[in-house]
Ligand binder design. Structure first.
Ligand code: CA
Ligand code: CA
Length: 199
């Protein structure tokens, strides 16, 4: 009798350990995927601009944390063109619209003979959580201060219309807490089920 009860307790402990391990793995996987979430950059006639967390990165990053830095690189743009880079709060970007106020200091870049520019730091930590778009406004053609044909944009890739977003550490913590809470609930329910089964 006592031996059977001990076995049940051991089984329950083992099951709980397995469940907790699975949940921890799932939480880590969810956080990793959330952090690495990226999409294919949209190609515009005036070129493609790609956000990066690391200047040596190759894949576009669209999800940043407040302590990240944001780098931008460009390709397929007009050659030897000077640009002012605007980071703006997420809007629906339409042709000839006035470019809204920048959320940080604007950066200037110049494209090379191939119409590209190397990864350039455009926003240093700390970043403010939110959803953002980027417009590179040509200083050599078109109308400055308006989005028009020579300008490239990072827009409409994530959260419906944003080019990239910054999520707060608190939100990440909330996600982890919710998943942990879910894990605990599962473990308790499993424990109750086992108890009922053996009484
Ligand atoms: Ca322009
Ligand atoms: Ca947008």
């Amino acid at each position: 009798m006592l031996s059977g009860r001990t076995n049940n307790i051991e089984k329950r402990r083992l099951l709980i350990s397995v469940l907790v391990s699975i949940i921890v793995i799932l939480v880590c996987l969810a956080l990793f995927l959330y952090r690495q979430r990226s999409t294919m950059p949209i190609t515009h006639p005036s070129g493609t601009i790609i956000t990066l967390r690391d200047p040596s990165g190759t894949e576009e990053i669209n999800a940043f944390l407040p302590n990240d830095n944001v780098y931008l690189k460009g390709l397929g743009m007009p050659k030897n063109h000077r640009y002012r880079i605007y980071i703006i709060e997420d809007v629906t970007i339409v042709q000839d619209m006035h470019i809204p106020s920048n959320v940080t200091t604007t950066t200037k870049i110049t494209t090379d003979e191939n119409g590209t520019f190397a990864p350039t730091l455009i926003w240093s930590a700390p970043l403010t959580p939110g959803r953002y778009d980027i417009i590179t406004d040509s200083l050599d053609s078109g109308v400055q201060g308006r989005y028009d044909s020579p300008d490239a944009i990072d827009d409409g890739e994530i959260h419906v219309t944003a080019g990239f977003f910054v999520i707060s550490e608190t939100s990440m913590g909330t996600i982890a807490a919710l998943l942990a809470s879910f894990a605990v609930t599962l473990v308790i329910k499993q424990g109750v089920l086992l108890t009922c089964k053996h009484t």
